[in-house]
Design a protein. Structure first.
Length: 211
């Protein structure tokens, strides 16, 4: 199978304006991925599926990732005069990286028997610009998985045929898989609370009831 760099070059040459970037991975798996620009994501997905060499016709998994605001530290070396002598010293620069959400898709070719190729879509932020194009029209198996991402992370998939909650009930607020999610401590919706749940619930009960 072609490398990610080769796939990137091929797609960008085939689709005018498409902008892909290779995302590194420092984990032991080392599985790198391709970040797609949202404007051309649907066209890129179709190309990945229909390309004669790739034929990525199966999406085995689609999931969400939450990246909250984070302070990043960058180390770099500069030349400074110290005690009258020019030396190379290390300085640290801190910067704030605004948060965003991602949808990650693992693609395989059933026809060519190769994969995975991992692609990512990224929202502008975690609040009001949390929209991504749905890829369900390209890989039909994404329908329920994109609903799950919507339900648990709050990503809104434009063009999804049936975007609604799939695990939580309609009246549920917030998104349980976000890293800053705070679970309720009254659990009044839980029919059979046990152990730690009971202890949390007691905090909301009158003193005479808890005694």
């Amino acid at each position: 199978m072609e490398t990610l760099e080769q796939i990137k070059s091929k797609i960008e040459a085939a689709i005018a304006g498409a902008n892909l970037s290779v995302v590194p991975n420092d984990s032991p798996s080392g599985q790198r991925s391709l970040l797609l620009d949202n404007e051309h994501a649907l066209a890129v997905a179709i190309s990945l599926r229909d390309d004669a060499e790739l034929r990525l016709d199966y999406c085995s998994n689609a999931t969400g990732v939450d990246w909250p605001d984070a302070e990043l530290t960058e180390k770099f070396k500069v030349k400074k005069v110290v005690d009258g002598v020019e030396k190379e010293v290390e300085e640290v620069k801190k910067m704030l990286r605004p948060g965003y959400l991602e949808a990650v898709y693992h693609l395989y070719s059933m026809e060519k028997k190769h994969g995975p190729v991992i692609i990512r879509l990224r929202t502008e932020n975690r609040t009001d610009k949390n929209y991504l194009p749905s890829l369900t029209s390209v890989w039909r198996g994404c329908e329920l998985q994109e609903r799950e991402i919507y339900d648990l992370y709050g990503i809104v998939f434009d063009g999804h045929p049936d975007l609604r909650r799939i695990l939580m009930w309609d009246e549920f607020k917030d998104f349980p898989m976000r890293k800053d999610y705070v679970e309720p401590d009254d659990y009044e919706y839980e029919p059979t609370p046990h152990d730690a749940v009971i202890e949390k619930a007691k905090a909301h009960q009158p003193q005479e009831v808890r005694a």
